[in-house]
Design a protein around this ligand. Structure first.
Ligand code: GLN
Length: 305
């Protein structure tokens, strides 16, 4: 497996030159566009890796499936579906999913920013600080790393350059889809986006989702199997935003990208995969990362279709 990963990584490295690092906030613009790493954790607990797989980066939107899991654990599937919907938007992650017509929960979706902001308000806790701490606890468990924390510089950058997300949150509030104080909810969105992870952490999260809610090594259950079916289905249809259709054709597994360059991929019953490649395409997905997943999928017949 290591040899295969090394070979594919070198083959895909030139694709880093086809993308650009995110620059919507100054902190992310400092990313290394040439970096590329992969980490795989098999359902039987075996680890394999190649490239820049232990370099830290911010999880960004890869936290959305974790927000969804926490919201599901706290409220159940019916309630969550009623509040954030499940239909693909076919639009960019920060799109304003409303025109002149009424914005309703059926056209939000948990894998885009509007849905993620609503999900922050669904997490249980006496304060937003407590909600975030509960989410961080779940993230640490899923990632198999109790040390994971927030990159403070990225968090400050998100908070001080978050006008678009503020606009989305106020729109949700105007349409009656967000009840709490916008700044408090947003703080609980910016902090999760700024959680620092690496490919190993993402592979571990993917492995739990591929293992129907059980930790890969201990087999300990973190969430019910029905929730992994829910989350994996949403990842399959919208995890790569408006690139989800093409990703389904090229790779064919549930996955979630983030603008920090991460991709977390789930190969149901087989493995979790973590990718790091900060050079992004126009949709905010890692160019070389997708290519690497495509090649791995071809070599190991990973597509679920
Ligand atoms: N922090 C980013 C934002 O809110 C997350 C988006 C992403 O990773 N696609 O815009």
């Amino acid at each position: 497996m290591e040899e295969l990963l090394e070979r594919l990584l070198e083959e895909c490295r030139p694709f880093t030159g086809k993308g650009r690092v995110a620059d919507y906030i100054p902190e992310l613009a400092k990313g290394d566009p040439d970096a590329l790493g992969i980490y795989v954790i098999g359902s039987e607990g075996k680890h394999a890796w190649a490239g820049d797989c232990r370099r830290p980066f911010t999880i960004q939107s890869v936290v959305k499936p974790i927000l969804l899991l926490q919201a599901l654990l706290d409220n159940g599937a019916e309630f969550v579906t009623r509040r954030v919907g499940v239909e693909a938007t076919g639009k960019p992650f920060d799109a304003i999913n409303a025109g002149d017509q009424e914005l309703d929960s059926g056209n939000i979706n948990p894998m885009v920013n509007m849905g993620a902001i609503v999900m922050c308000s669904l997490i249980h806790g006496h304060s937003y600080d407590e909600r975030f701490r509960r989410l961080l606890g779940l993230t640490r468990r899923l990632a198999g790393d109790g040390e994971i924390g927030v990159d403070e510089a990225v968090y400050r950058s998100e908070k001080s350059h978050g006008s678009k997300n503020r606009a989305l949150a106020y729109l949700l509030k105007f349409h009656g889809l967000l009840e709490d104080d916008v700044e408090e909810v947003l703080d609980c969105y910016f902090r999760p986006c700024s959680i620092q992870a690496d490919c190993r952490a993402l592979a571990h999260i993917g492995a739990v989702l591929s293992n129907r809610g059980r930790l890969p090594a201990s087999n300990e259950r973190v969430f019910p199997a029905a929730m992994s079916r829910y989350v994996n289905a949403v990842l399959m249809t919208c995890g790569m935003y408006d690139g989800s259709g093409e990703f389904a054709l090229r790779v064919g597994v549930p996955a979630k990208s983030g603008v920090g360059g991460g991709i977390m991929a789930v190969v149901p019953t087989r493995m979790g995969i973590g990718i790091f490649g900060p050079a992004l395409d126009r949709k905010g997905n890692s160019v070389a990362g997708i290519r690497l997943l495509e090649r791995l999928s071809q070599e190991l017949y990973l597509s679920i279709f």
